[in-house]
Write a protein that binds this ligand. Sequence first.
Ligand code: HEM
Ligand SMILES: *[C@@H]1O[C@H](CO)[C@@H](O)[C@H](O)[C@H]1NC(C)=O
Ligand SMILES: *[C@@H]1O[C@H](CO)[C@@H](O)[C@H](O)[C@H]1NC(C)=O
Length: 485
Amino acid sequence: MLWTILLLLFNGLLILVYVYSSRTRQKNEPPLDKGVIPWLGHALEFGKDAAKFLARMKDKHGDIFTVRVAGHYVTVLLDPNSFDEVLNDTFCLDFARSKKQLLQRIFCLQLPSIKPTAERKWMEQHFQGLSLSKLSSSMKAHLQKLLLSDQTDCQPSKWTQNGLFSLCYSLLFRAGYLTLFERIDDAPAVYKEFRKFDDLLPKLARCSLKRGERKTAALSRERLWELLSPKGVSFRLDSNSWQQSYHHFLQEEGIDAEMQNRAFLLQLWTTQCNTGPAAFWLLGFLLTNPEAMEAVKSEIRDLTLQHPLIHPLEAHSTPVFDSVLSETLRLTAAVMISREVVQDKCLRMANGQEYHLRQGDRVCLFPFLSPQNDAEIHLQPQIFKYDRFLNEDMTVKDTFYKEGKRLKYITMPWGAGTNVCVGKEFAVTTIKQFVFLFLTHLDLELCNPEDKLPPVNTSRYGFGMLQPDGDLQIRYRLKKTQPEM
Ligand code: HEM
Ligand SMILES: *[C@@H]1O[C@H](CO)[C@@H](O)[C@H](O)[C@H]1NC(C)=O
Ligand SMILES: *[C@@H]1O[C@H](CO)[C@@H](O)[C@H](O)[C@H]1NC(C)=O
């Protein structure tokens, strides 16, 4: 009896909340889809598989609609020809505030005294020109050393078996860490802790950690702060590392030691979380598409034959590899570009339709659905085609259309606008070096030739590169003769 009364009261309360929190679509506003659960709206479906959910909404409402997600109203725009309307507007739309909240939530990081533009400028300086070529050659040396030293315990003719994802992530993380942070011996420990943290990060961002996980995440974060702290760690004597330089920058901005460590963890995550997974998908696609693998290998062979004395990678274009990389990122890069509406805005779509956006709402672009997986733009978008971005004459294919209009954005793995990836060139060079090193130094094959790539982990949409749900078992051994790279 008591339970029935309580239940009725509870239901009544829900209905009240529902009525008071209700919002209706006004004319000139995008279609509104609140979901049935009060306040939460579509949050559960969104967190579980954002791509599936948004594709369903796109089918139902078209290229623009507003959904309720955990108390927020989010207008999702899926027409790439209209993206500039959002990306160019820095007056009505703001990215700094929600980014700040996210940094606080995930990294416990507050840098109120640093202007975002100042930090951005620092980053840009340190990932281009001379800095970039120094980083790239250091990265290459570390990769080569790690790859070969990981092999010393087995004879050249003996196969080693491993998961491709673990292998790529571990190698690229350690090499990247050694390059940017120049720490001598703790790379494996940092990697281990980092993976724990990275695994929980999407849940941390969405506040959906379970109690045990919350503890693990907090412990892991603290351990990483400690590991990254400059205190008591021996830098190389001649070290003038990226991290030291960043340390200096923070110091000059008056950031205290504790916040500095937290900023280091943010930078560690930003610079290391994407490259390993990207290399995994690329090699995975090659291993499961023999024709693509042969095309890439043949391109490498030609380069080394034609130009045995110069470094083939730096000196020559690699159109086949570039197309394979673009195609890989098209299928597996899933950034969400989000802005807060700080002033009512009229959004004018490419087709002339105008929509009113309310102050306090959010706007979100999700390029993974469109342009990247839009059947109107890319034929059979779910299929890996290594030459999708290649013309007959081996030049880059970059003309694609939607509704008869040529697209400016064909894929957007690096984000866009004010916070587009500053490490793009470095990342591309690194992935290229890594893949070429692999293919020229190792014999590499699937353990089971019938194996397919694992599916993606659907809880990571919106956090940059996707990760697999499971792994792909491979075996590899050092080639008998080692070519010069
Ligand atoms: C395949 C590899 C990579 C991908 C797909 C990628 C993608 C991205 C994306 C989408 C953003 C924007 C995030 C946002 O909108 O908030 C971003 C930001 C950033 N990336 Fe990358 N990234 C990659 C590798 C790298 C590497 C290797 C570095 C440096 C070593 C790097 C450094 C940065 C930095 C510093 C930012 C922050 C820029 C800012 O906040 O203004 N990235 N990256
Ligand atoms: C947005 O800015 C870009 C680059 O500044 C410019 O080429 C483009 O025409 C602008 N688009 C709109 C819709 O304002
Ligand atoms: C999928 O990703 C989430 C968030 O990173 C993680 O907690 C979970 O363990 C992953 N699942 C698998 C099977 O890897």
